[in-house]
Design a protein around this ligand. Structure first.
Ligand code: FES
Length: 125
């Protein structure tokens, strides 16, 4: 028998249990607004794809190599991680114009935020 335990302080475990799940809200000009509760670690791109939210393609599977997961971040509960060099490079290849709110949604991971609202571009290709 193998017993797996997590080395989490009791208070931290209790606080985690009380915390609401992270929420991702997608705003589409054609499909309205959709909110999805996710586990920590889920990306904005993968969550959209598995929940059938149109407007994010994610053709490279989250490797920051296609730019078909471009979103505009409208609001986030926390400051998001800085844009890495590979993301920055791909954001120059988006189908819709890059703005100061542009991010690759495959690089946005629940846990870095508790809630986030992203607007979907009109097109990804
Ligand atoms: S899924 Fe390809 S860059 Fe995000």
């Amino acid at each position: 028998m193998v017993l797996i335990t997590r080395d989490v302080p009791r208070d931290a475990a209790l606080n985690e249990a009380r915390m609401p799940m992270p929420t991702i809200t997608y705003v589409s000009s054609t499909d309205g607004t959709s909110a999805v509760e996710v586990e920590v670690g889920a990306t904005v791109m993968r969550t959209a794809v598995v929940n059938g939210i149109r407007g994010i393609l994610g053709e490279c599977g989250g490797q920051a190599m296609c730019a078909t997961c471009h979103v505009y971040v409208e609001e986030a509960s926390h400051e998001l991680p800085a844009i890495a060099d590979d993301e920055d490079e791909m954001l120059e290849c988006t189908a819709e114009p890059r703005t100061g709110q542009s991010r690759l949604s495959c690089q946005l991971r629940a846990g870095d935020f508790r809630s986030i609202t992203v607007r979907l571009p009109e097109r990804q290709v």
